[in-house]
Write a protein that binds this ligand. Sequence first.
Ligand SMILES: Cc1ncc(C[n+]2csc(CCOP(=O)(O)OP(=O)(O)O)c2C)c(N)n1
Length: 376
Amino acid sequence: MLQPADFYHLLAKHNIRFFTGVPDSLLKDFCAYVTDHTAQQNNIIAANEGNAVAIAAGRYLALQEISLVYMQNSGLGNIVNPVTSLIDPLVYCIPVLFLVGWRGQPGIKDEPQHAKQGQVTLAQLEVLGIKYAILPDSLAEAQTVMQEALTYMQTHLASFALVVPKGTFAPYSLQNNQQTPYPLTREEALQCLVSQLAATDIVVATTGKTSRELYEYRTALGQSHECDFLTVGSMGHASQIALGIALAKPHCNVYCFDGDGALLMHLGGMAIIGSQMPPNYKHIVFNNGAHDSVGGQPTVGHLIDIPAIAKACGYQTVLQAHSKDEICTQAQVLKESPGPALLEIKIKKGARKDLGRPQTTPVQNKEAFMQFLAKL
Ligand SMILES: Cc1ncc(C[n+]2csc(CCOP(=O)(O)OP(=O)(O)O)c2C)c(N)n1
């Protein structure tokens, strides 16, 4: 296994000292090392992977320095436009070093949302014209690959990707793990809110542990999962799936269970919700100020005023809650208030170690959900 510290020093030896990206569970040990050992202004956790490419491009324009952009392979979709129309050798010719976590690698067991992305990862890099190598898990071999990458980038002013299979990095625990003062975990907050919902309320839940916790809670209550759409992939798009449903089913209440990282990834969606004004739209943001599902790396969720953004986007009702009592009260207000409405629940990081995963496939989830919607 490659020690995160060794890889970090290898990058530094080649003058790569600026980091930006969106965290990934396969890179969590390396990202944690970067967080602990890099000045905050030299490690920017971006809103989405495309933004990270643009930040790296700006850095290069200002200082002629190559940056490292870290991401899960599911972020490849988000980088297509800035890769093809900004940094490509046919346009501005700006080199970027990518570190790409390879979820869904063929032959390695993974969750269904990673299957397609895992299969097409190398082909996507090829079609984008990004030369790549698999990052070896021994330091000596990693040094050789890094030398090859640097020579290529400097000679051609083109980008290079290091693709990281599962288990490449040795464990490293974040030392600088700041906790927030909020009393509830996401699971406690979610359970409290779900207990206030009616049987006909529709829920679209975001990527990561939110969907997993919702699934487990329904099972624990002996309830069916048919009213929940579990957005297992497609980070940042749950709010717009919910918008599509809310506009098509104006007589039903549609709840989006969002995360702060996912909300930030495509924040522009809030402006569309606000301007469409669906009165039946209820946006719940479980804000732990972190990418909790992939290692707890910070977001700016606790530094910005999400209700104020919602208000400015045209949401009719904006609410906040921190405790179980407040969630119960605000859930009632939410029911009676005009939408689109947003309830921000500020929570602390963390999840149960033994949290399970949905036992149904995405297609089974979709079919049951569509049958449920068809009855309403
Ligand atoms: C485009 C894309 N980039 C990165 C990921 C990896 N990923 C999965 S969940 C997650 C964190 C989500 O954070 P947030 O929405 O705040 O929810 P939390 O896990 O904190 O509850 C990330 C980065 C992904 N699935 N898709």
